[in-house]
Design a protein around this ligand. Structure first.
Ligand code: ADP
Ligand code: ZN
Length: 209
């Protein structure tokens, strides 16, 4: 099963992807995580990617697609995958359509004020990738899974957040129109589990399990 997740920064798209991976056994291909790894490597491509990411701008479509394509055809993707953060533009969707069809698209929606609020208080685990929030009950500053101290991403600072949300706003409608009937929309206003429940039912009906 090949799934695309759409949703702005802070929508809970990554958290949702992790739950789908757990229950349906397909890997999460997070474009943001892939780019963060490349940026860390310090290569020429890494420096380029870092420049876009730190300002909250998108990496150019063609570069992004080349990077994704390499990942898409690795062994663990044979049963399918969850595309988390790709496509983000209509042109990316068209590039993807040239190499594969997707079975379904889940669009995670949340009002913009709420997205901003969640992003400034978001914290990440550098060790296992767990995402937490200073506003959530029981927050201690350490990862709930592996106890590593959490950190704040550079692009979760206010200026970059604004830029990322603008980019999202500009691109989402063409993407939704492109995928048409394949799109299942869910609100992430509730808890992570409340967001996941209708998505799980939707995926089970699709015959994923
Ligand atoms: P967000 O929390 O904004 O969803 P991600 O971790 O998914 O953040 O992505 C971080 C950054 O990586 C983006 O702001 C952008 O610079 C780059 N990036 C991620 N996915 C894409 C994509 N599909 N196309 C271009 N750039 C991307
Ligand atoms: Zn951790």
């Amino acid at each position: 099963m090949k799934l695309v997740l759409l949703g702005a920064a802070g929508s809970g798209k990554g958290t949702l992807a992790k739950k789908i991976t757990r229950d349906f056994g397909i890997p999460q291909l997070s474009m943001g995580d892939i780019f963060r790894d490349i940026a860390k490597s310090g290569s020429e491509l890494g420096l380029l990617v870092q420049k876009y990411m730190s300002s909250g701008a998108l990496v150019p479509d063609q570069t992004t697609f080349e990077v994704l394509k390499e990942r898409l055809f690795q062994d663990d993707c044979k049963k399918g995958y969850i595309l988390d953060g790709f496509p983000r533009t209509l042109d990316q969707a068209k590039l993807l359509a040239k190499v594969t069809d997707v079975d379904a698209v889940v669009s995670v929606e949340l009002p913009f004020e709420e997205l901003e609020k969640r992003l400034v208080s978001r914290r990440n685990c550098p060790n296992c990738g767990e995402i937490d929030n200073t506003e959530y009950e029981g927050y201690t500053g350490k990862c709930r899974k592996c106890q590593t101290p959490l950190f704040q991403r550079d692009d979760d600072k206010p200026e970059a957040i604004k830029a990322r949300l603008e980019v999202y706003k500009k691109n989402i409608t063409p993407l939704i129109n492109f995928y048409g009937d394949k799109v299942f929309t869910v609100s992430s206003a509730g808890s992570p589990d409340e967001t996941y429940r209708p998505v799980k039912t939707f995926l089970e009906k699709l015959g994923a399990k």
